[in-house]
Ligand binder design. Structure first.
Ligand code: PA5
Length: 338
């Protein structure tokens, strides 16, 4: 089976962090009369980006569930930043560097006087930010944004470390071990894909694995051209679960279980309840000794599952024509001023 860039993920992760500037904290810029001091205290991290780039924010939120992150991570997938931020660090991530929403958010951050770090392969984001002296981490290319995930995530991890938000260096190699472990489970991923053929997957995750669930949904959408639903518990146990009595046909429940007590216990109860209503959930157990290892195992294993599903369905996985068409129309009709 064609794994596209997945076998390269360990090297993408390792190479991508080499370009993170060492001296981030000593940068001081003056933009439109506003001084931006990268050494000043921050009280939140905003991760702005869309799709395969924006999911980095969701994954970092998952990780901060387990790590002792010093400030909250705010995920922003929009053309505007959240209002009423106080002293945020903004990490603007766009694989292509040409996603209008991300460029607008980065510009807005600078106009509000916030320190910004870009992560991209180039494009307008790189030109706009570098032109103002804003640090940009240039990352290696992949076949499409989502296949470059480690190159987008690993620099963000190093940036968190440099800003004293979380200690990540001891875990970086374990994340790569998680990728390698998933690459040894391709046959299991193919079996999982076979069980999803002809269904609408209903993906159950705990809050602490929201990013893994969202990434799985996005990969189902983009690689297999498949709709799916992500139900995040505890909240989903107070609404989505009521629909288990539905007469809608073709739903396939997939419960993603992390190795931690809370996640395992909550999902066990959930599985008991939905099974008692006749659902037959597929259980996917995430493996890993560290939070990053588990997360990387999950996104790699489930991503490969979606490639296997695409192959079973005879679908071309890389191209995402509707997304391209939307981006082109937004630009043609000048919906965004970038
Ligand atoms: O994975 C994909 O191809 C998409 O989800 C893109 O990531 C999304 O359209 C945003 O583009 P970019 O990552 O180049 O900013």
């Amino acid at each position: 089976m064609n794994l596209i860039d997945y076998p390269k993920w360990p090297s993408l992760a390792r190479e991508s962090i080499l370009n993170v500037p060492m001296d981030l904290r000593s940068i001081r810029l003056s933009i439109d009369g506003k001084v931006i001091d990268y050494g000043a205290e921050i009280d939140s991290v905003v991760i702005t980006g869309m799709g395969g780039s924006g999911v980095v924010g969701d994954l970092l939120s998952d990780l901060c569930w387990f790590w002792d992150c010093r400030v909250p991570i705010i995920v922003s997938k929009n053309m505007r930043l959240p209002r009423r931020l106080s002293r945020p660090l903004v990490i603007a991530i766009s694989y292509s560097g040409n996603t209008a929403e991300t460029i607008m958010s980065a510009n807005e951050a600078l106009s509000r006087g916030y320190p910004v770090v870009g992560i991209t392969t180039g494009g307008k984001l790189s030109t706009v930010l570098s032109g103002k002296g804003v640090p940009v981490v240039l990352i290696p290319k992949a076949s499409a944004p989502r296949y470059g995930l480690p190159a987008l995530l690993y620099p963000a991890l190093i940036i968190l470390e440099r800003f004293g938000i979380a200690s990540v260096t001891n875990e970086l190699e374990s994340g790569i071990a998680g990728i390698e472990n998933a690459l040894r489970h391709v046959d299991d991923a193919v079996n999982l894909a076979k069980q999803l053929v002809g269904s609408i997957p209903v993906v159950w995750v705990t809050e602490s694995r929201r990013g893994v669930g969202i990434r799985f949904k996005n990969d189902l959408n983009e690689n297999a051209k498949y709709y799916s639903v992500v139900s995040v518990v505890p909240e989903g146990a107070h609404n989505d679960i009521a629909a288990v009595t539905t007469k809608q046909v073709g739903l396939r429940h997939v419960a993603i279980m992390g190795p931690n007590d809370y996640e395992g216990l909550y999902e066990e109860v959930l599985i008991d309840v939905i099974s008692s209503f006749g659902a037959k959930p597929i259980i996917v157990k995430l493996e890993g000794k560290t939070p990053l290892e588990t997360e990387m195992y999950g996104v790699t294993y489930l991503g490969i599952t979606t490639l296997a599903l695409a192959e079973l369905l005879g679908v071309e996985p890389v191209s995402t024509e509707p997304i391209d068409r939307l981006k082109n129309l937004l630009s043609e009709r000048r919906v965004f001023p970038v």
